[in-house]
Design a protein around this ligand. Structure first.
Ligand code: SF4
Ligand code: MG
Length: 330
């Protein structure tokens, strides 16, 4: 099956004082129709930059797209004009951010904000758009939607705002929904509800989802595929089961031990991954995780291992799983 999104060898840098931060260093992945893909990793690993580059939301300068392709339904988004991107963002790709207040308009009612995209991108009449707004609020589980559409964002609770933002993002029935840490600001119960909601919508509407999170625990329930990023590269990618039951990269294993899960008890200890990610102004020549890895060998600091295929769906970037592992360990 043709993927709806095909990211190939994406490279993005930022100009800063003292050089260029190589934030995304050759990232490739695909998202199939109706598939939910999680991109996981610590802050600064390049996951948000990847998402914002797909949406063409990072300003250039300071960001520079150094190379690669972002093919969405067969077209390269990196070659689109800002005007074409505005249409695509309003209609074909929805986005949900961590803090709904940054993307909700505080001076406009929730109903207007849902209706706006429908009027603009789907040529709906104001009346039809209003009733669709009510439907959307109902769909995302907001009670009394008829009166709620007349309210402003500040009259909604945090969880409600996040639901409203999902309603806005899904109103035009986009083929792809990108959610960047959509539940980080919410408490655990609401977090679980919102993720459940996104999962139901994905199932019922056939929307593909990219869920970006630093927390492997939250993807367990809702994603089909997991992409683990570290220091601007994909270090492991696989189905949810491959990543949870058979993690191969030491960083993935560390993440699984270090992040709280939804079902975690408060008194259960987490084992942090010690150390900090490398400076991406001068990225390391070898494996980016080398300085923090308990299994590091000499070759790890010298050469990037490249990608090893474990199965059709499971790839790892680590010398331990490299076909020459036995030889390089000597
Ligand atoms: Fe550790 Fe080497 Fe694998 Fe990097 S390549 S994760 S340093 S074993
Ligand atoms: Mg981020």
């Amino acid at each position: 099956m043709e993927p709806i999104l095909d990211v190939q060898d994406l490279q993005v840098s930022f100009r800063v004082r003292g050089g260029e931060v190589q934030a995304v260093r050759g990232v490739s992945f695909q998202v199939g129709k109706g598939e939910a893909v999680a991109i996981v990793g610590e802050s600064g690993c390049g996951k948000s930059v990847t998402a914002q580059t797909i949406m063409r939301l990072i300003p250039s300068p300071p960001s520079i797209i150094k190379g690669g392709e972002v093919r969405f339904l067969g077209q390269d988004l990196l070659k689109k004009s800002e005007k074409e991107m505005q249409r695509i963002r309003g209609k074909d790709i929805g986005m949900i951010f961590q803090d709904p207040m940054t993307s909700l308009n505080p001076t406009m009612t929730i109903g207007r904000q849902i209706a706006e995209g429908l009027i603009k991108h789907q040529n709906m009449s104001a009346k039809a758009a209003d009733s669709r707004a009510v439907e959307m609020l109902q769909l995302v589980g907001i009670p009394n939607p008829e009166s709620r559409i007349k309210q402003y964002p500040h009259e909604f609770s945090g969880g409600m705002r996040q639901r409203a933002m999902i309603a806005i993002a899904l109103a035009c029935n986009p083929a792809l929904l990108i959610a960047d840490e959509p539940t980080t600001a919410l408490d655990v119960t609401i977090q679980a509800q919102i993720l459940r909601l996104m999962k139901d919508l994905q199932k019922n509407l056939g929307t593909s989802i990219i869920l970006i999170t630093h927390d492997l625990g939250v993807v367990a329930d809702m994603c089909d595929k997991v992409i683990v990023m570290y220091a601007g590269k994909v270090v492991e990618a696989g189905t949810k089961w491959e990543i949870f039951k058979n993690p191969q990269h030491p960083y993935t294993r560390g993440l699984l031990r270090s992040v709280p899960r939804l079902d975690q008890r408060k008194d259960e200890p987490l084992i942090p991954i010690f150390g900090t990610p490398p400076d991406l102004i001068k990225p390391p020549a070898g494996c980016g995780f080398c300085a923090r890895c308990d299994d590091a060998m000499r070759i790890c600091a010298e050469r990037d291992p490249g990608t090893t295929t474990i199965s059709d769906s499971h790839q790892v970037r680590c010398w331990l799983t490299h076909p020459l592992a036995k030889e390089v360990a000597q």
